[in-house]
Design a protein around this ligand. Structure first.
Ligand code: URA
Ligand code: ZN
Length: 377
């Protein structure tokens, strides 16, 4: 009999971002999105990354978000982890990763950023692992070359990727060498949105609603479309061991998987040979983070991929408490380091409530699944 009162659950955060200082320097050298802008003296710099975020219609003096140490200082990450009871974090570069780089510099920057990430992990042995970044604006040779370097690092467990691929999305057959190399090197893809949906979808009043529509809906739908295209194009039939961790509990994939299957079953123009069902792919190739902020969402994720494939995450340093941003008055959003973040406590509660009738599953989602699936032990 295990004594639960005595045993502390290991908590692993698989969705937590950092911009190594070298990446912040790149953003500071730029004047178009993505970039970091030093505004009024005494005020924090602002991080402007999302498509259209600096357009005049989104009242440009307040464009973006303040960027402070929580974005680039690994000690701030550890402080955040300590405040929230997180033992281990699998850090990843935040969007838009290396997507915008000149193809000629992509390979070198990817090498440097991956070195930086691994070095950060080294400063807190056992507490940090990483998803590396790929030089996706480069050639497939360059990308594959970087993938093959990753196992040489101590702490790399995969790569974070957006939905653009080489420019034509993730169902592009030219990506096969990339998928092949990731599968062969046991590197999980952490698939994360950035580009959202075309802004027309949100209508002429969108700016009145801040970032709510693009972040709450555009992001997850972008992920849903991207992974659906991977499935439809047979990526998981050709690479049956490829592992993909989907941000934000897979967007709406758990909810819409049945409809996808049904549309496939009724489409006379799409008749692939030997196609695996989406339900099979969900349980074998897909992992879902638990960054969905509701019990219902966590239950859907667990029903789709299994409670053994859902993994706790925070999305730190995004979604800080609004009061912290205001209180910091020029010192950036990490003002009150010891205060718990609503975005994190909401996800903890969602996991607790989702598995209240199922002891053991909660612990797995909080850390055990990540330790096993990402080989963190
Ligand atoms: N906003 C972003 O730009 N990225 C995230 O990961 C979360 C919110
Ligand atoms: Zn994120």
């Amino acid at each position: 009999l295990r004594n639960f009162a005595m045993s502390k659950v290991t908590i692993v955060d698989v969705h937590t971002h950092v911009y190594p200082p070298r990446y912040v320097s790149i953003l500071k050298s730029r004047t178009t999105v993505p970039y970091v802008r030093d505004t009024t003296p005494g005020q924090p710099s602002r991080l402007i990354i999302l498509p259209g975020e600096d357009s005049p219609s989104s009242h440009s003096t307040a464009a973006g978000r303040p960027i402070g140490p929580e974005y680039y200082d690994i000690n701030a990450k550890i402080a955040f982890m300590d405040t929230h009871g997180i033992d281990v974090s699998v850090i990843s570069l935040a969007n838009p990763w290396l997507d915008f780089l000149d193809p000629r510099e992509a390979a070198a920057v990817a090498r440097e950023i991956n070195y930086d990430l691994d070095s950060m992990c080294k400063t807190y042995p056992g507490r940090l692992f990483a998803f590396g970044a790929l030089p996706l604006s480069g050639t497939t040779d360059v990308i594959v070359n970087e993938i093959e370097r990753l196992p040489g690092y101590n702490y790399m467990r995969g790569v974070i990727m957006g939905t653009g691929g080489l420019g034509n999305g993730l169902d592009d057959l030219s990506l096969d060498p990339v998928y092949r190399a990731l599968e062969a090197n046991n590197m999980t893809i952490f698939l994360h949105p950035h580009y959202g949906l075309p802004k027309e979808v949100f209508g002429p009043r969108a700016a009145e609603y801040g970032h709510v529509l693009p972040l709450a809906l555009g992001f997850p739908l972008e992920t849903t479309v991207a992974v659906s295209r991977m499935i439809l194009s047979g990526v998981f039939d050709r690479f049956p061991k490829l592992q993909v961790l989907l941000a934000h509990s897979g967007g709406t994939l758990p909810f819409l998987a049945g409809r996808l299957e049904s549309c496939i079953a009724h489409d006379a123009h799409y008749r692939p040979e030997g196609r695996r069902s989406i339900w099979d792919v969900l349980k074998v190739n897909i992992m879902l983070d638990a960054v969905v902020y509701s019990e219902l969402g966590v239950r859907a994720a667990a029903a789709a991929s299994g409670g053994d494939r859902v993994l706790f995450g925070t999305d730190h340093p995004f979604f800080p408490p609004l009061e912290a941003e205001e209180d910091a008055k020029g010192e950036s959003a990490d003002g009150k380091q010891s205060e718990k973040w609503l975005s994190v406590t909401t996800n903890y509660k969602a996991i607790r409530d989702a598995f209240s009738d199922n002891n053991g599953q909660e612990e797995s989602v909080l850390g055990g699944n990540a330790i096993r699936l990402l080989r963190l032990a």
